[in-house]
Design a protein around this ligand. Structure first.
Ligand SMILES: Cc1cc2nc3c(=O)[nH]c(=O)nc-3n(C[C@H](O)[C@H](O)[C@H](O)COP(=O)(O)OP(=O)(O)OC[C@H]3O[C@@H](n4cnc5c(N)ncnc54)[C@H](O)[C@@H]3O)c2cc1C
Length: 317
């Protein structure tokens, strides 16, 4: 029975709290400056891809283990949308080989897509007037039909927070300023928050996401990066055409999801990520913006055009 402080009630902080409480820990305190879901949490989003076959086998195995929770645990289950994922590329076809081997090994259902028709059936055009003949020429794809899709990430944060409270986890609305150490042996003894309160504990879990660098020296192992996310509000007719499509993950351009309940289509363009380098502290310092750079908008539009999903309207954010 340890006293544990978790810094950050985002994706990792909340799931860590839940697992600790389910394993019988009684003294778990989660500190976050915001109500769940925090606007600072990368997990505060309508949809996130849930993959179970990624580049590294280790992570694929881990994802498959977690799938049992998503499919059967009452806390996670309501957030799962097992729509499948369509992986596509116009060039790096070798990429699919390893993925297929893994899917074969695990007897997971998938289809190889080579035919233009295969693609057009899965991703209908929202524009009836456009020329369909040029869509998806010379494309290859792999459609993993099960054990993957997307999750309603913000909702599952809310569901976990409710369960954590029910199991006796204590939430504190504050931001941690400093981790405290014993002067004699340098062991962790607790944290101090910005409001000056001290929380004593035997263990501290740092789960402050992109802000974690403020609290601990990660010796160059962490780098805060920003990815651009855009939304386009579709008409009800357009949204209906894309309802229940698989997640589309283009290795060359980015990814998008079926429209959400507001008929917003969310698109992330494939990009190595922006950093905000501060040379004095040698760190990338997170900034939060409701704007995307012009170049990101250009690539996002190009990406949509590839799928004949271009819209003559502004991106929302
Ligand atoms: C645009 C984008 C798209 C993504 N898409 C996917 C995807 O499709 N699938 C997928 O699996 N992953 C995706 N990810 C990654 C995923 O969102 C993150 O890996 C995950 O949310 C990180 O969780 P975390 O707990 O580390 O941080 P976060 O969820 O960001 O949580 C950090 C928490 O710490 C709190 N905090 C910050 N500072 C302090 C402080 N000083 N004291 C106390 N609390 C503090 C914040 O309020 C926040 O609640 C995406 C990420 C981004 C940015």
């Amino acid at each position: 029975m340890t006293s544990i402080v978790i810094i950050g009630a985002g994706t990792f902080g909340l799931s860590t709290a839940l697992q600790l409480l389910r394993k019988g820990e009684k003294n778990v305190t989660i500190i976050d400056p915001y109500e769940t879901p925090s606007p600072l949490s990368a997990g505060n989003d309508v949809n996130k891809i849930l993959q179970s076959s990624v580049e590294e086998k280790f992570y694929s195995e881990l994802a498959l283990k977690s799938l049992d929770l998503w499919q059967n645990d009452p806390v996670f289950k309501p957030a799962l949308h097992e729509t499948g994922i369509l992986y596509t590329t116009e060039k790096d076809f070798a990429y699919f080989k390893e993925r297929k081997q893994f899917l074969d090994e695990k007897a997971i259902q998938y289809r190889s897509l080579k035919d233009q028709l295969d693609f057009t059936k899965l991703i209908p055009s929202v524009d009836d007037g456009s020329d369909q003949s040029k869509r998806f020429q010379k494309w290859e794809g792999l459609y993993q039909q099960e054990k993957c899709g997307w999750v309603y990430a913000a909702e599952v944060l809310r569901l976990i927070a409710t369960e954590v409270k029910r199991l006796g986890g204590k939430f504190v609305r504050d931001a941690v300023d400093e981790i405290l150490y014993d002067e004699k042996d340098n062991s962790v003894v607790g944290v101090r928050t910005y409001s000056g309160e001290i929380f004593h504990s035997n263990k501290v879990v740092v789960a402050a996401g992109a802000q974690s660098y403020r609290l601990l020296d990660f010796e160059g192992q962490l780098l805060a990066k920003c990815w651009t996310v855009s939304h386009i509000r579709l008409s009800p007719e357009q949204a209906e055409k894309l309802r229940e499509i698989p997640v589309v993950l283009s290795l060359d351009h980015g990814f998008f999801f079926e429209p959400d309940s507001n008929n917003d289509l969310k698109i992330c363009n494939e990009f190595p990520g922006y950093i905000n380098w501060d040379d004095t502290i040698k760190e990338s310092v997170p900034v939060y913006k409701n704007l995307i750079p012009k170049e990101a908008e250009t690539y996002t539009r190009l990406f949509l055009k590839k799928f004949s999903l271009s819209f003559p309207i502004n991106l929302l954010a």
